[in-house]
Write a protein that binds this ligand. Structure first.
Ligand code: SF4
Length: 501
């Protein structure tokens, strides 16, 4: 029977900031994962910088595990990568291999025990696992693991995957056999980086819902890097080699990298929202930067819903490329109309209710001299609940905009995500219950248009069947049990209670 090795790090100063007090009005990316196999290099620092580049994928907690032979060193805590680590902490993480994680919670409450990498002790030594995604069969998996007498230290599906692999190892299997066997019990989205005393694994679920790329560092000897996005490679000077394929496991050891296609029926269903909004614009997916794809979305949007106006502006930062694309295609001048405070990060201090009512602008400030008297097209990548959009529109009108036309570079979000993105439950999604005209009225614009589903897929230039688009259609490529759907709704209710308490 397995047990969990206690965390080697200090976990003091875990702030209680579960996002419930001020839920962002955007889908939130769940996690960034990173791994490096580089004997002789400072793997802790390489992992740190990799996570630093992946910070946009999760801002609640960060962690690094390094392997020094059979020994594992781990440090994780709540906060941004730059808050969790310093030179001294990194110097206490020696080894040949590093596994890193940044987290925004989707399952399990956001407390320090749920920060990753998850660590499990096995017959063959420790295992450290970093997970991006979300399992949809946690109920069955939990029952399966309980039958094997496994203990749970945290509440995350990620820990369950680590425990499932550990249980297979303890039954006599090798690392590879154990991992492949454990994935047979996992359903949902999972891009994993797994460290063991002998090698580093990179894995994508058979649908490849979340991204994972392989890079190389240096030539002799060649070293390997795994990261959620190519921006995690660029920052440390690694060369992009290729994506980990859906249903593939890569096993990196002192002998090099080996590949195993373990799933009998892989079928790519990459999350289209990674391309629209989540991933960094300088990351490459499907052979082009996401900046180029987002420009294309904006061009398509202008073709579908042109409106006569004086300027086009974008909602910083994620709406900017689509706004530029809209301008290119429509011929309407692009301008910066909203300035983002780039240095705020995520604050633990919440404004008081009266500050909020008086319109405190934490993040965005309009440029009055650009906007006054102008007919403005404002482009954003999505609308979730509409609360932020309403505030932005009011700010533009207060700054003197004569007309405000909103254009959205994705279709209406009508369904929640169960694959690792924190969207609201369906009853909170404005487009699930209201028509486009009703939404336009609610957020106070002169006109509103969304990109069509066909237009969004056309802009990818790829097989439309190779994407998950379930939050726009409700067609979930991996079946989601009713129980999981209901529990998301209940979780949202709990969060609402916290908000109003
Ligand atoms: S449901 Fe939406 S956010 Fe979730 S994986 Fe599919 S496309 Fe992405």
């Amino acid at each position: 029977m397995m047990h969990h090795q206690p965390l080697s790090s200090d976990h003091h100063s875990a702030q209680s900031n579960d996002g419930a007090t001020q839920r962002p009005d955007k889908p939130e990316e769940a996690c960034g994962v990173f791994g490096v196999y580089a004997p002789g290099e400072d793997v802790a620092k390489l992992t740190y910088f990799g996570l630093y580049a992946l910070q946009h994928r999760g801002q609640e907690s960060a962690g690094i595990a390094t392997f020094e032979g059979d020994k594992v060193h781990l440090h994780k805590n709540m906060g941004l990568v730059s808050q969790v680590f310093n030179e001294t902490i990194l110097s206490e993480l020696p080894g040949d291999m590093g596994v890193g994680h940044t987290r925004y919670s989707t399952t399990g409450s956001s407390r320090i025990a749920n920060a990753q990498p998850a660590l499990v002790e096995t017959r063959l030594g420790p295992l450290a696992l970093a997970h991006n995604g979300n399992l949809v069969n946690t109920v069955e998996l939990r029952e399966h693991l309980l039958k094997l007498d496994c203990n749970f230290e945290t509440t995350t599906d990620s820990e369950m995957i680590a425990i499932a692999i550990g249980a297979e190892v303890d039954s006599g299997k090798s690392w590879l056999e154990a991992a492949i066997s454990a994935f047979g019990h996992c359903s949902g989205a999972y891009s994993l980086v797994i460290g063991t005393p002998v090698g580093l694994m990179g894995v994508r679920d058979p649908h490849g819902v979340r991204p994972l790329v392989i890079g190389t560092l240096g030539t002799t000897p060649q070293r390997y890097v795994l990261a959620s996005e190519t921006c995690g490679l660029d920052i440390i000077g690694a060369e992009y080699l290729r994506d980990v394929e859906p249903g593939e496991l890569v096993w990196i050891t002192e002998e090099g990298m080996a590949s195993f296609h373990w799933s009998p029926k892989p079928e790519r269903k990459l999350c289209i929202f990674e391309m629209i909004y989540f991933a960094r614009p300088d990351s490459i997916m499907s052979d082009e930067t996401l900046y180029s794809y987002r420009l294309q979305l904006g061009r398509q949007l202008a073709q579908e819903s042109f409106v006569d106006a004086d300027i086009v502006i974008g909602v910083p930062d994620s709406g900017i490329p689509a706004a530029i694309g809209f301008s290119q295609s429509s011929g309407i001048t692009y301008a910066e109309g909203l300035i983002k405070n780039r240095y705020v990060g995520r604050t633990f201090i919440q404004p008081t209710q009266s500050m909020r009512e008086s319109g405190i602008r934490m993040k965005l400030n309009p440029l009055k001299d650009v906007l006054a008297g102008k007919r403005v097209v404002i482009v954003d990548d999505s609308i979730v609940r509409g609360t932020t959009s309403r505030k932005i529109v009011k700010a533009l009108r207060d700054a003197g905009a004569a007309e405000v036309h909103m254009r959205i570079s994705s279709p209406p979000v009508t369904h929640p995500c169960f694959y690792g993105i924190d969207t609201d439950s369906q009853d909170q999604l404005i487009a699930a219950t209201k028509s486009v005209e009703e939404i336009a009225m609610q957020i106070g614009v002169d006109s509103l248009a969304y990109l069509s589903w066909e237009g969004m897929l056309k802009a990818t230039g790829e097989d439309p069947n190779s994407f998950c688009t379930a939050c726009f259609t409700g067609n979930y490529p991996i079946a989601v049990p009713e129980l999981i759907k209901r529990s998301k709704l209940m979780l949202e209710k709990e969060k609402e209670i916290v908000v109003t308490a």
